[in-house]
Design a protein around this ligand. Structure first.
Ligand code: FEO
Length: 172
């Protein structure tokens, strides 16, 4: 593989693992404030992010290259409110989308069509990732109005129903 491409994928593995770490931290925080439904949702999100990292990890191995795992920073551990946490998450996902787009640009630049194809999965996934975060954020903005806590607990109950369903399959 082209070195620039490989370095960028190794860097992305780190960011996917950081995302996993970030959402696990959010899950921990939601648990600490009694919102177990939100905690469940983020715990599953953390698992999905690890799957994203492993999809890239397996791809690098599949191409006969070496994965270079990098240091992962500690994530924040608390937020002002669920709304602020989801604002943070939405902004984070937009950053991840920009990183994926950058990977696609590199794949085009170095004419690595196999990697370009693999990355299309991430391009589509990011549309869903941003939509998930934005949809919940919009609901939370309603909560910050007069109806307040009752709606918050309804959202919490809703988020408690999320179940983990692996969306990533290893390379053939
Ligand atoms: Fe792996 Fe949420 O992007």
């Amino acid at each position: 593989m082209n070195e620039k491409m490989l370095d960028a994928i190794n860097e992305q593995i780190k960011w996917e693992l950081y995302s996993s770490y970030l959402y696990l931290s959010m899950s921990t925080w939601y648990n600490s404030i009694g919102l177990q439904g939100f905690a469940n949702w983020e715990r599953i999100q953390a698992k999905e992010e690890r799957d994203h990292a492993m999809k890239l990890y397996d791809y690098v191995l599949f191409r006969g290259e070496n994965v270079e795992l990098q240091s992962i920073d500690a994530p924040p551990s608390s937020w002002e409110s669920p709304e602020k946490a989801f604002e943070f998450q939405y902004a984070h996902e937009q950053e991840v989308t920009a990183m994926i787009n950058n990977l696609v640009e590199i794949a085009l630049e170095v004419r690595d069509h196999a990697t370009y194809n693999m990355l299309q999965w991430f391009v589509n996934e990011q549309v869903e990732e941003e939509d998930n975060a934005r949809t919940i954020l919009e609901k939370l903005k309603v909560v910050s109005g007069e109806t307040g806590k009752g709606v918050l607990f309804m959202i919490d109950r809703d988020l408690s129903t999320r179940v983990y369903a692996p969306s990533v399959t290893p390379p053939a």
